[in-house]
Design a binder for this molecule. Structure first.
Ligand code: MG
Length: 351
């Protein structure tokens, strides 16, 4: 582990049980997709030697001895994108960035990516080179390299499956949030969804919104900075919406995540043309912003907020607090309510 996240030097005290400690996988939040994953794991997960692996249940599996972090993310045409909405290299950039974001979630430094693609014969000639150029550019933008992959024929839709490889000496898990902690979010939320909303209606998204949708930047630098200086107790990348992804921290940590509606950082691109509840809903429920949600002991960020924003060039905001209990709750002008449905649902509404 020559390039791990480094030792903590910040305000956080001793690690809590489950926070970065080896052991069994974390619990997942609600949703049909995650019900299916729970079934797979229940049927097939063998006992592993204690301390050998982290996962499944976090954003990456981590081989503890080597610090190697691994994750995979698939991108399917007409499920995750439409070719009319993106250039070929943007298709590749998005697919790679979505996968690389899971390295940010556990504070792993990227080594590289392996990419399996399926194209129709015509697309293989016309699109595959620029799709792969996009994959390579996104990977190199965060310090990784293209390690290899596979190319096969598709009967129609483009499929891009990206496996990311990173390294971390001390992965940050979803299971280390504790009552009393603060919940923080990097950047702003809802911009990608605003572009998707416009594109779905046949409108032209604003340039700022389109950039968030077409060229998301995984928060690798930010994650490594936080791991070094603040040492969050828990962290996740926001791929399916803050409400849903905070729900995974809640489930894994056995706590309630209480979000304050007024504090949720709504992307200006999402706020344009939307009244208060709709903009907040978009920021909470829509995915693919690839920002980070993390928890810290109260006050840990107080002396570091300005430095983070100056060095990283993006905002970071406290959006709520961790309490005893379960689930995700939203406190707004109309009171407090539990958010029963999480973020984006790949297989319909949560049961
Ligand atoms: Mg993730």
């Amino acid at each position: 582990m020559t390039r791990g996240a480094g030792p903590p030097s910040g305000a956080r005290g001793p690690e809590r049980p489950g926070a970065g400690s080896p052991g069994s996988g974390s619990k997942l939040g609600p949703g049909v997709e995650f019900d299916l994953i729970r079934r797979f794991l229940g049927e097939s997960s063998p006992e592993r030697p204690a301390g050998e692996l982290l996962g499944p249940g976090d954003d990456c599996a981590v081989v503890v001895g080597s610090g190697i972090a691994l994750s995979t993310d698939m991108c399917v045409e007409d499920v995750h994108f439409r070719r009319a909405w993106l250039s070929s290299d943007e298709v590749g950039w998005r697919a790679a960035s979505a996968a690389l974001s899971d390295l940010a979630a556990v504070a792993a430094r990227p080594i590289g990516v392996l990419v399996s693609c399926a194209f129709s014969p015509a697309d293989a000639v016309e699109m595959a080179p620029s799709v792969m150029a996009g994959v390579r550019a996104a990977t190199e933008a965060v310090g990784g390299v293209l390690l290899g992959g596979d190319l096969t024929r598709s009967p129609g839709p483009i499929v891009i499956d990206v496996t990311v490889v990173g390294e971390t000496s001390r992965p940050i898990r979803r299971s280390g949030a504790a009552p009393g902690d603060e919940i923080w979010v990097t950047g702003a939320l809802g911009g990608s969804a605003a572009a998707l909303d416009a594109l779905s209606r046949g409108d032209v998204p604003s340039p700022a919104a389109r950039l968030r949708f077409a060229r998301p930047l995984p928060r690798i630098r930010e994650s490594l900075w936080l791991a070094e200086l603040v040492r969050p107790g828990s962290m996740i990348d926001i791929s399916d919406g803050l409400a849903g992804d905070a729900g995974h921290i809640a489930a894994a940590s056995g706590v309630a995540m209480v979000l304050e509606a007024d504090a949720v950082p709504v992307d200006p691109a999402a706020a344009v043309g939307r009244a208060y509840p709709d903009a907040i809903r978009l920021a909470l429920e829509a995915g693919e912003d690839y920002e980070l949600c993390f928890t810290v002991t109260a006050g840990s960020m107080d002396g570091l907020l300005q430095r983070f924003e100056e060095e990283m060039g993006i905002a970071v905001r406290r959006v709520g607090r961790v309490e005893e209990g379960t689930g995700v709750h939203l406190v707004g002008p109309d009171g407090r309510r539990r958010l029963e449905r999480g973020g984006f649902q790949h297989f319909g509404a949560a049961s």
